[in-house]
Ligand binder design. Structure first.
Ligand code: ADQ
Length: 455
């Protein structure tokens, strides 16, 4: 079997490999990580200059090869073009999107540096699988260096509607660079349609009925391969977690009240201010539920060097104070807000305890929290998933209560509906959802993508 070479912006560090820290990519790729695999990317460390050679480490037969990023490159490539331009634009938030030509030049330079550092590690027959928006140009740079291996690219975030992509000044260069891949994968049909529409609108290239594009004689197949989790393993983890002292203490602290849980990276795409507003609206509209519910929101710190993220943290602190100030009683706090990373094992216990999982991003590639929440439930007495229709996960989780996250009244209504939902309806929804989460698993994701890449 061909060796798989995974290329991503960040290579997991020791803490992520040990499961102590959040890492969506690691969860989704677990099945592809067989001994012999090579994983190449940034170490997460900054140096004076971006490295030209890699440093290797082997864990369980998998080789992790990393480079460091120069401080200036980190600012322009990572914080700048990747997270200040592509991240908001691809999440369809044009008003938050900034563009700086110099940052884009550095983005291209760093993509080239990734390709150059990877080149000496490649062998004939390797399957190269590149991940995410930071590395849109790596396949094209590898082709310039003469690499003829099969190369695939998977986008973990949404792909914007064509009219939005056209806002990006170098949209033509970026799309052309992407077409140096042999396979391009997206989470949903909507993302794929947006991409094909953008290629048509910007480059004038139409796809065949099977989503095949041809540029200068090179053929690219565009596929939909939604990422998933290992549901059975997560169910087992949640059962173990429910027996832990920490989970028991959490249950005791609820004093018989229903728990609602939200788990996110602290990011403006996750819709957290609107979510807190919706909870405030719920408490004011349904006074009968006051004192009967406790909402735990975990928000892991993320991209803290960026002003917008700092401002978001302040806003959430303020809103938390306002809700608790208005509704708390001496023996009841309506909102528990944890602005820190919590281990997966603890989170699994929170999910299982929670009567409601509240997942309301404004826009999300997939959202694995929705799938984890479903897998963690006790089938005999399952909780209810409230899910934004703008998460990729909504395309595959029909039995969730779907909401538009900016319509805070509809979210408040959904919370009420979930709280009063009879057991038989909760069970029927959960059986169906669990089946869907098990079917669209992490291993199916890896297998379908690598199969498309092989043929
Ligand atoms: P993320 O935006 O990071 O990922 P998501 O898919 O929701 O988001 O979560 C990834 C993992 O991080 C999950 O396993 C979750 O449990 C964990 N996690 C999230 N918040 C956490 C917290 N506060 N504390 C501890 N763990 C936390 C990107 C895209 C998504 C896409 C994934 C995978 O933005 O849309 O689903 O990649 O493709």
């Amino acid at each position: 079997m061909a060796r798989l070479v995974i290329v991503s912006n960040r290579v997991p560090d020791q803490a992520e490999l040990a499961g102590a820290r959040a890492g969506g990519l690691l969860v989704g790729l677990a099945d592809a990580l067989v001994p012999g695999t090579l994983w190449f990317g940034w170490s997460g460390r900054r140096a004076e200059q971006t490295s030209t050679t890699t440093r290797g480490m082997e864990v369980n037969g998998i080789t992790y090869a990393t480079i460091n990023l120069g401080e200036g490159d980190y600012q322009s490539f990572y914080l700048g073009f990747s997270n200040g331009t592509l991240w908001p634009l691809f999440h369809m938030m044009p008003s938050l999107t900034v563009f700086d030509r110099e940052q884009y030049t550095v983005y291209r330079k760093v993509n080239k540096a990734f390709a150059a550092a990877l080149l000496p590690l490649l062998k004939p027959g390797d399957l190269i699988w590149i991940h995410d928006y930071q590395l849109l140009g790596v396949a094209a740079e590898l082709r310039v260096l003469g690499v003829t291996n099969r190369i695939g690219f998977f986008l973990h975030i949404p792909f914007p509607a064509p009219a939005l992509l056209e806002i990006l000044p170098p949209s033509d260069e970026i799309l052309k660079a992407m077409l140096a891949n042999d396979v391009i994968g997206f989470h949903t049909e909507r993302d794929r349609a947006h991409f094909l529409g953008a290629v048509e609108a910007v480059l004038g290239i139409g796809a065949t009925a099977h989503g095949v594009l041809t540029l200068d004689g090179h053929v690219t197949k565009v596929v939909v391969t939604p990422i998933g989790i290992d549901a059975d393993a997560f169910t087992a983890q949640a059962i173990r977690a429910s027996r832990r002292v920490a989970t028991k203490r959490m249950v005791e602290s609820l004093a018989g009240r229903a728990l609602m849980v939200g788990v996110d990276r602290l990011d403006y795409t996750k819709g957290l201010p609107a979510r807190l507003d919706a909870y405030g609206r719920f408490l004011s509209t349904y006074p009968e539920h006051r004192r009967q519910i406790s909402f735990l929101q975990v928000a892991a710190p993320s991209r803290e060097e960026v002003d917008r993220y700092r401002a978001l943290r302040e806003e959430l602190n303020y809103k938390t104070g306002a809700i608790n100030g208005a509704y708390s009683d001496f023996d009841w706090v309506p909102l528990r807000y944890m602005n820190r990373t919590v281990s997966r094992s603890l989170i699994a216990g929170f999910y299982r305890t929670a009567r409601i999982g509240l997942v309301t991003p404004l826009r999300d590639g997939m959202n694995l929290v929705a799938k984890e929440y479903v897998a963690a439930q006790n089938a005999a007495d399952p909780g209810v998933l409230i899910l934004s229709r703008f998460a990729g996960a909504a395309a595959g989780l029909q039995e969730a209560l779907k909401v538009n996250p900016i319509d805070i009244d509809s979210v408040a209504e959904a919370i009420n509906r979930a709280l009063i939902m009879p057991l038989d309806e909760r069970q029927a929804r959960h059986v169906a959802l669990l089946e869907r989460v098990r079917a669209a698993s992490a291993s199916v994701f890896c297998q379908t993508f690598t199969a498309a890449l092989t043929t």
